[in-house]
Design a protein around this ligand. Structure first.
Ligand code: SF4
Length: 275
C-alpha cells in the first residue's frame, strides 16, 4: 500500500475543480509514495475516500451556489480518477511514476517536484528551455525514462504525429530537455489523454534521430522568426474558434492575417507541413 499524502489532493481542489488539477494531485501522491502502486484495487477505496474528504472540506470554504452541480462535478472527478487509476496501475509495460511536475529553469515552487533543477535545459546545443514536465516515468529494468504530457480533451492525434505542425512540442522537446539536465536516456515522449473525454488513450513518440530533428527544426524556425521580426499572429483555419484569447483578438483574426504577404509566412507553412 502506498503512503497517502492528503494535502496534495487538497491543494488540487483549492486551485480548481478541473480534472487536470486532480490528476496533478494524485500523480504527486503516487510519485511521493513509499513504493509504486502495484494494484488499482488496493488504492481505490483510499482514493474515493480522499476525494470525498477533500470535497467536503472545500464545500465549506467555497460555498458552491448549487449543491447538485458541485456534487455532480465531484462525482465526475472521482469517476475519472478511478478510471485513470485502472489505466496506470500497474502499467502493462513496466513504467513506474518517478517525477511529477519536474521543472527545469523555473523558480522554486512547492507544488513542483522538490528534485526539480534550477538551471535551464540546453537543447540542440544552443536553445535554452525552461519548463515543467507533467510526469516522468522510469523503466527499472532498462533505466530509461518516459515523458508524459497529460491532456484532458479528446484525442485528435494521428498515428504518425510527432510535432503536429509545431503545435505539439512537449513530448519531443521535454525529452531532449530531460536528457540534458538529468543526463539519462529518454526512450519516448507521449500524450496521455487521461480522462473519459480522451478515452485514456496514449500517443507515444519514440525519441530517435528523426523525431529529435523535428523538434529542433521547430525551435529553429521560431528562433529565425524572432531574429527577422516575423513572429506574427497567423492562426491556422478554425483554431481561433476554440481559443481562450478570442475575446482579445476578436472574431476576424484569421481573415485579417490571411492578407499578409505569403513570403513572410513561408517558414511557418513549412513547419505546419511537418507530421
Ligand atoms: S484567437 Fe488570437 S491567440 Fe487565439 S489562435 Fe486566434 S489569433 Fe491566436
Amino acid at each position: 500500500m502506498c503512503r497517502v499524502t492528503f494535502p496534495c489532493l487538497t491543494r488540487a481542489m483549492s486551485r480548481s475543480s478541473s480534472t487536470s488539477r486532480v490528476m496533478w494531485a494524485v500523480s504527486l501522491w503516487m510519485t511521493s509514495a513509499t513504493k509504486p502502486i502495484r494494484s488499482a484495487a488496493s488504492v481505490r477505496e483510499t482514493l474515493s475516500a480522499t476525494v470525498r474528504d477533500v470535497a467536503d472540506a472545500y464545500r465549506d470554504e467555497l460555498a458552491p451556489a448549487v449543491a447538485r452541480v458541485w456534487d455532480d462535478e465531484v462525482r465526475v472527478l472521482e469517476r475519472d480518477l478511478l478510471r485513470w487509476l485502472d489505466h496506470i496501475s500497474p502499467d502493462p509495460n513496466g513504467w513506474e511514476p518517478w517525477r511529477f511536475e519536474f521543472a527545469f529553469g523555473l523558480p522554486d515552487d512547492r507544488e513542483r517536484d522538490p528534485r526539480s533543477v534550477s538551471q535551464p535545459a540546453r537543447v540542440g546545443g544552443r536553445f535554452l528551455l525552461r519548463g515543467s514536465v507533467d510526469l516522468v516515468e522510469r523503466h527499472p529494468p532498462t533505466g530509461r525514462l518516459r515523458v508524459t504530457d497529460h491532456k484532458t480533451g479528446k484525442d485528435r492525434s494521428t498515428r504518425d504525429q510527432v510535432i503536429n505542425g509545431g503545435t505539439v512540442l512537449q513530448p519531443v522537446l521535454y525529452a531532449e530537455a530531460l536528457e540534458n539536465v538529468l543526463d539519462q536516456p529518454v526512450q519516448s515522449g507521449r500524450l496521455f489523454f487521461c480522462t473519459s473525454a480522451g478515452g485514456y488513450s496514449s500517443h507515444e513518440i519514440p525519441i530517435v534521430d528523426r523525431t529529435r530533428a523535428l523538434g529542433i527544426e521547430a525551435l529553429t524556425i521560431v528562433d529565425r522568426a524572432i531574429e527577422l521580426g516575423r513572429l506574427m499572429a497567423a492562426p491556422a483555419r478554425d483554431v481561433c474558434t476554440w481559443c481562450d484569447f478570442r475575446p482579445v483578438c476578436g472574431p476576424s483574426e484569421f481573415k485579417r492575417t490571411r492578407r499578409k504577404h505569403p513570403a513572410l509566412l513561408e517558414d511557418l507553412q513549412e513547419l505546419r507541413s511537418r507530421p
